[in-house]
Design a protein around this ligand. Sequence first.
Ligand SMILES: [Zn+2]
Ligand SMILES: [Zn+2]
Length: 370
Amino acid sequence: MPKTRRDYYEVLGVERGASPDELKRAYRTLAMKYHPDRNAGDAEAEDRFKEVGEAYQVLSDPARRRQYDTFGQAGDGFASGGAFNFQSAFDLFDMFFGGGQMSRPRSGPRRGADLRLQVNITFEEAIKGVTRAFEVNKPSPCPDCEGTGAMQGTSASTCTECQGRGQVQRVRQSLLGQMVTVEPCPRCRGEGQVVESPCTTCHGQGLVDARKTIEVQIPAGVDNEMQVRVPGEGAAGPRGGMAGDLFLVINVRPHDLLVRRGMTIIYECPITVSQAALGDTVEVPTVDGPATVTVKPGTQYGEQLRIPGRGAPDPRTGRRGDQVVRLRVVIPSKLTERQRHLLRELAPPDGKPHPVRRGFFEHLKDAIGI
Ligand SMILES: [Zn+2]
Ligand SMILES: [Zn+2]
């Protein structure tokens, strides 16, 4: 686990608005520079190699980059760290360079699969955060062989094909002449170990399905479709491989009265013609309970009021956005004779409305979400 988690943009040495091409270029340069094959025994270079890989992995994925830009590592569940390991850094490097000369085939036990779980939470839980317990049925280390895949009393032996290295060299003739490539060993599939007498419970896989209860703290401020990563709670890896991650895909149930746009919460507040004309104090719902706002005399349709600090929080800083109250003047459709008379009194002498003051429509356009 890295000691301090630096900003991903800083790690890659690019601006926050960097294009995908700029990210790619920065990653290519830095990954080559810090590749352990070029910096044998240099622990700091190794850390940097891993850090650069993690930063590129997040920023090159548009959805995860958006999430990172809004919420930082906290929103991505990366804050707990440790999930992006050294092997992942090599895998990414291989993917990026298409398994070039400097890459290293994966060897050792394989990593378990990532799991995804949809989680339904309420509007209020998304704003305030919630601790949830889940029962997950997932591949887990086999209790009979302790995940090794070998029958009790036996153990996996070193692969004779690759002498435990997990990789073999192949010499090929190509147009460019003789080429030596390094490939995962076909006998042990890169694991370096072979199970001669498989465990009968798990058929040598080292895995059995088991139910496990996992308690997860969903951070305050999560929004629809965000993913909360729970490192190491995915499927266990076969024969002692590292476990994958569990991703909770957040589904927020809509609120009856409130709508969220990023860190802002919007409430459409109906007011009567007389409240708009004469002013009033009005009670409005917020996620923290009812609040009171003051409607000024002469309020126009669509004007909005702001209640600071009653919006959604930024999971990184905990700072909360505002609630916006949009005032919707409700025009009465049924009138008594007396009301009709009184409303006629309101009409200006020429029967035409007063011109709307300048800037009013600009104000409206400012409204969040339109
Ligand atoms: Zn077993
Ligand atoms: Zn082998």
